[in-house]
Design a protein around this ligand. Structure first.
Ligand SMILES: Cc1cc2nc3c(=O)[nH]c(=O)nc-3n(C[C@H](O)[C@H](O)[C@H](O)COP(=O)(O)OP(=O)(O)OC[C@H]3O[C@@H](n4cnc5c(N)ncnc54)[C@H](O)[C@@H]3O)c2cc1C
Length: 452
């Protein structure tokens, strides 16, 4: 049984269907027959980036998904030089070259992706999706044996997956059942989102993905994605409780400030479609179920119910799709090790991504939360790396692949790449110094603008 039929619940249901005779998914929201926003997933109005790794994982879970999305008009980014504008932490990456390694990304809107996946899950012969809310799991003093639905029925299940999102009540139910409440790691990022859909005259923009992340100096950022319906979605956001503009004129003004001239000019000529949607995301949250000595048999938390990542990094759906693989491996093992195997594997994939996000948020995004001493030096090294990646395509490509969660979830460059970064920045520093001394011969020894 699965509670919640969003991206997490649907991925979990697909895996369960490989092992169980019967899978029931309960969803309290109305589920539209076509791709459309839903009341219970307000985030689906805002820019959702599907990382290249997420696309790979979802394809292996739902074979044929990517081809069907492309057939339905979802833009596909092959390793072309002109499809991405990517700014991160105050640096614009040098992605204007052809990437060396194969790199394919897909740009479905969130409602389209969920609809594609839902259509596949509902077509499975042993899965039923019921539009019914769940009040709470039923605990018999030893294990979870099913759920009580909002209309009062008790439905039995061998295993209940809690995919109710970041608002899960499992941390409160555990102590009621005699277990410890899990510790919660939290980074108070104080993010505000404001989103408009736009039409932009054809041929003004070749890019399909435009990202201008927030930085230490600039707490506002912007993302623009071109989706399958030929409409752009533009999300402006603020970190550290700085509100983004919430009207179209304000968004256009921000685009002018953050984007290169050709993209900003296109936004000035855009026509807004519909109303502005706003959303507040106070904090990233990681519930440490993995640390509990005892966990009740018969239930597992899944997706955002375990960990919800800063949405401006675009990782949530991809990290959820990785949990699907962990669930499959856990179900293949001994039943009494199910929770430990799943939660340990989820911890292992969450840690590197959570930690890198926390470093970025605490150092660059005015976030509040515990900060170990080593975050600051790692953050400074990364700033150096991104500075070099502005003009070194090899570094830019390495960053883009890791950012897309390909290759490895660890954002740790090899010693060779660190050496390359230092040499590159030294070269830039020398060039800058030479050109300064040519411009004003008397100031040749003055302080460098960029430290190496
Ligand atoms: C503003 C914002 C932007 C984001 N941008 C990105 C992005 O760019 N890229 C990315 O990969 N991820 C992004 N994410 C994260 C992404 O949306 C989630 O990681 C993803 O949806 C997986 O979440 P989930 O399925 O676990 O939970 P949710 O999507 O929150 O779904 C929970 C589901 O459970 C149902 N439910 C809850 N309680 C009950 C109940 N008692 N009974 C029955 N049903 C119930 C709800 O109705 C809902 O359908 C973003 C998130 C936010 C908030």
């Amino acid at each position: 049984m699965v509670i919640g039929a969003s991206i997490g619940g649907l991925c979990a249901a697909k895996v369960l269907a490989e092992f169980a005779d019967r899978v029931t998914v309960f969803e309290r929201d109305d589920l539209p027959a076509e791709p459309a926003s839903r009341a219970a997933t307000p985030q689906d109005r805002h820019v959702h980036l599907l990382m290249a790794r997420g696309a790979e994982e979802l394809e292996s879970l739902f074979p044929g998904l990517l081809a069907d999305m492309v057939a339905d008009g979802v833009p596909i980014l092959e390793n072309r030089p002109d499809c991405i504008h990517f700014g991160a932490a105050g640096h614009v990456l040098g992605t204007q070259h052809r990437l060396q390694d194969e790199f394919t990304a897909y740009v479905p809107s969130r409602p389209h992706l969920e609809w594609q996946i839902r259509s596949r899950v509902t077509a499975l012969p042993n899965v039923t999706v019921q539009q019914r809310g769940v009040d709470e799991p039923v605990f018999d003093g030893h294990r979870v044996t099913g759920v009580r639905t909002a209309d009062g029925e008790v439905v039995d299940a061998d295993l209940v997956i809690d995919a109710t999102g970041r608002g899960t009540r499992l941390p409160a139910w555990l102590p009621q059942w005699g277990f410890e409440r899990p510790r919660e790691d939290s980074v108070a990022v104080g993010i505000g989102y404001a989103t408009h859909r736009l039409t932009i005259p054809e041929d003004l923009v070749r890019e399909k993905v435009v990202v201008a992340g927030a930085s230490r100096e600039q707490p506002l950022g912007l993302g623009m994605l071109y989706y399958e319906d030929d409409v752009w979605t533009m999300t402006t956001f603020g970190v550290g409780k700085v509100p983004p503009p919430e009207d179209f004129a304000g968004m256009q003004a921000l685009a002018e400030e953050l984007l290169p001239a050709h993209l900003s000019a296109a936004v000035q000529q855009a026509q807004p479609v519909g109303e502005v949607a706003v959303h507040k995301y106070p904090a990233s949250r990681w519930r440490r179920f993995d640390e509990l000595d005892r966990f009740p048999p018969g239930i597992l938390p899944f997706g955002d119910a375990v960990v919800s990542f800063n949405p401006t990094f675009g990782q949530g759906m991809t990290m959820t799709s990785l949990q699907a693989g962990h669930l499959r491996r856990a179900l293949q093992g001994p039943p009494d090790e199910l929770a430990t195997t799943f939660l340990t594997a989820t911890n292992k994939t969450t840690w590197p991504v959570w930690t890198m996000n926390a470093i970025g948020d605490l150092i660059l995004h005015r976030a509040e939360g515990p900060m170990p001493w080593w975050y600051r030096p790692v953050g400074s090294l990364f700033d150096q790396f991104l500075g070099a990646a502005e003009s070194d395509p090899v570094l830019a490509e390495w960053f883009l692949r890791r950012f897309s969660l390909l290759d490895s979830l660890y954002m740790v460059p090899s010693a060779k790449l660190v050496g390359r970064t230092v040499r590159h920045n030294m070269r830039l520093w020398m060039q800058e110094r030479r050109s300064r001394s040519r411009r004003s011969p008397g100031t040749a020894g003055s302080a460098p603008a960029r430290s190496a």
